[in-house]
Ligand binder design. Structure first.
Ligand SMILES: [Zn+2]
Ligand SMILES: [Zn+2]
Ligand SMILES: [Zn+2]
Ligand SMILES: [Zn+2]
Length: 259
């Protein structure tokens, strides 16, 4: 370089200086340095582990490059989702990423399914690839399994223009039926919904109705079932058996917006 700098060149030059020398991506805090002062991004730092700095072979330190970290707060980062052309300051990216309409989701029905796609395509995928597992609005459901052995059933629920995952399981060993509903989308939106789970049988006028919170995507069904917290738990011997239709269970889920 040399000569005079026009402001635009300066800005471009500074942004280029924030590129990680190893992976060429824009660095984000925390940015650590090697003994000679080379800055390394967090991802590369983790990948290198105990290896020395690949540029100078000196040891890495745990000293952070605060000047570079402050500069990171002043520049725009492009959203990494394919198809999204928006850029944000780091502080705003925190809000954009979970709400980006180009965000990629794994198949929510079957964890062996290799599909990945945007939220607007989940319903279509679920209907084509896992057709029997999609429920619309508040229809009555029947377990696909009888209760002669343990089972797990996962279904996509399309309700109120949003998508949810209903996961229920029966443990023959504990004689317990558990179920929970999870919201697909930004974590903070899950708390806007509740749902009721209802069992009834025509001959007697008895009904069981339970209300519960909707889980957010970072919660695991396994955990809530184990803790018997934020999920529906029914004992087969004392309660569930009274509401069975033959060997299957009919139940109803109704998703509501919190008032
Ligand atoms: Zn890097
Ligand atoms: Zn170095
Ligand atoms: Zn985006
Ligand atoms: Zn799938």
């Amino acid at each position: 370089m040399g000569g005079t700098f026009c402001p635009q060149d300066l800005a471009t030059g500074l942004i280029r200086m924030l590129e990680c020398r190893l992976c060429r991506k824009l660095m984000k805090p925390p940015i650590i340095q090697c003994k000679s002062g080379h800055s390394i991004c967090r991802t590369c730092d983790l990948q290198l582990g105990l290896d020395p700095c690949p540029i100078c072979r000196q040891k890495k330190t745990d000293v952070r490059n605060l000047l570079a970290e402050e500069m990171c707060q002043k520049i725009l980062y492009p959203c990494m989702n394919t198809g999204c052309s928006e850029s944000f300051m780091l502080i705003d990216m925190l809000h954009h990423e979970p709400n980006c309409k180009f965000r990629m989701f794994d198949c929510p029905i079957n964890n062996l399914c290799l599909w990945k796609g945007m939220v607007c395509n989940i319903l279509k995928h679920a209907e084509t690839a896992h057709g029997t597992n999609v429920w619309h609005e508040d229809s009555c459901r029947t377990t696909g399994n009888d209760f002669s052995e343990s089972f797990v059933e996962t279904s996509l629920v399309s309700s109120l223009g949003e998508l949810f995952i209903w996961n229920c399981e029966f443990s023959l060993e504990n004689r317990k039926f558990s179920g929970a509903l999870k919201y697909i989308g930004p974590k903070e939106n899950a708390s806007k919904f509740t749902y009721t789970f209802k069992l009834s049988k025509n001959e007697n006028n008895q009904a069981v109705k339970m209300k519960n919170v909707v889980l957010s995507e970072n919660e695991s069904f396994g955990d809530v079932f184990r803790k018997m917290n934020n999920c529906i738990t029914l004992d087969y011997n004392t309660l569930l058996r009274r509401f069975m239709n033959g060997t299957r269970l009919n139940y109803k889920l109704c998703v509501k917006i919190c008032s």
